[in-house]
Design a protein around this ligand. Structure first.
Ligand code: 5GP
Length: 346
């Protein structure tokens, strides 16, 4: 047994230190980024936020809202839509804002093959998602997908350490997804004791990926717009959100009344709720479970997106980053013992 003595940090452990700046207002800030993906050779230009491939988040309705919002954010469409509906949606809306999601199960691979047979060049981005990205089998699986779709951009994970980011990047992954256990409806840490503080995971994994010309997506653990700014400041190229985008009109979930308030159910993709809903479809998640929560209904996601973009823009102003790209270079984190003033409740 070995103990690593280095302190590892979460979003809650730090704040971004303000710096002298010549920026006059938030309007002077450009929060888009431009990337060229290592393997697909494709380009991306937009606000690099991705809606997670979860029921209630990675929905067609969310994708429509993102497309209309016009900031080139993207949605990892959850994998439980039937093939015909997926094809119809791609036909109608194009692929620019969409990640096609698959897990490491045969049924998903067959569905992808069937899609590619029908529309050979339509899928340009794929999200390969497993709870534990550390199995050798996963690396082989990702290599297979790379062979199947040589020209598609592949995002895959999840992992939390540099050596695995390197291995996946070398195996053909354009964007390595980072995060084990930080999710809002994830119980991995409770059930298994496994995980890694998310801010440190982002810092270390970004360093590993960037050294090889790869990219990372920070996935999970953002609870407020400031956490997203911290994730970008720590070096994340993309940030994926579940809980922060749940509970909106775009969730495609029933709105229920609880104590007179409108609420929506939100659940992890390996929770009992998801298992019951998609029998057999999520078996690969079984080792690390998720929970089900009832959250207040929050209206149109566009208001939340506005808050998020406003927060990130403002963070850039505080440190003098005219472009989002400069945020990590201008970020100094300070360790803190308190984040916010809770005198009137949290
Ligand atoms: P959030 O933004 O809600 O904090 O985190 C979203 C992420 O949590 C997702 O992108 C996914 O990686 C992870 N996640 C979603 N469902 C589950 C689950 O049932 N179990 C676990 N361990 N993680 C989940």
């Amino acid at each position: 047994m070995r103990i690593e003595e280095d302190k590892k940090l979460d979003f809650k452990d730090v704040l971004i230190r303000p710096k002298r700046s010549t920026l006059r207002s938030r309007k002077d800030v450009d929060i888009t980024r431009e990337y060229k993906f290592k393997w697909s050779g494709r380009s991306y230009h937009g606000f690099p936020l991705i809606a997670a491939n979860m029921d209630g988040v990675g929905t067609f309705a969310m994708a429509k809202a993102f497309i209309e919002n016009d900031n080139k954010m993207s949605v990892a469409i959850h994998k439980h839509y039937p093939l015909e509906e997926l094809i119809a949606f791609y036909d109608k809306h194009g692929s620019e804002s969409l990640w096609y999601s698959i897990g490491m199960v045969q049924a998903d691979q067959e569905k992808l093959e069937a899609f590619l047979k029908e529309r050979p060049d339509m899928i340009d981005k794929i999200c390969v998602d497993v709870a534990n990205g550390y199995s050798e089998h996963f690396v082989d699986f990702v290599s297979q997908i790379r062979e199947m779709v040589p020209k598609a951009t592949i995002m895959a994970g999840n992992v939390v350490t540099g050596e695995m980011v390197e291995e996946l990047t070398l195996a053909g992954v354009d964007v390595v997804k980072v995060g084990i256990g930080p999710g809002s409806v994830c119980t991995t840490r409770i059930m298994t004791g496994v995980g890694y503080p998310q801010l440190s995971a982002i810092i270390e994994c970004a360093d590993a990926a960037h050294g090889l010309g790869g990219l990372i997506c920070a996935d999970g653990g953002c609870t407020v717009p400031g956490d997203i700014a911290k994730a970008f400041g720590a070096g994340a190229d993309f940030v994926m959100l579940g809980g922060m985008l749940a509970g909106h009109d775009q969730s495609e979930q029933k709105i229920v009344k609880k104590d007179g308030e409108k609420c929506i159910q939100f659940y992890g993709m390996s929770s009992d709720t998801a298992m019951t809903r998609h029998k057999g479809g999520v078996a690969e998640y079984r080792a690390s479970e998720g929970k089900t929560v009832t959250i207040p209904y929050r209206g149109d996601v566009n208001d939340t997106l506005q808050d998020i973009m406003g927060g990130v823009r403002s963070a850039c102003t505080y440190v003098g980053a005219r472009h989002l790209k400069e945020l990590p270079k201008r970020t100094t984190f300070v360790r803190v013992t308190q984040q916010i003033n809770n005198v009137f409740g949290s």
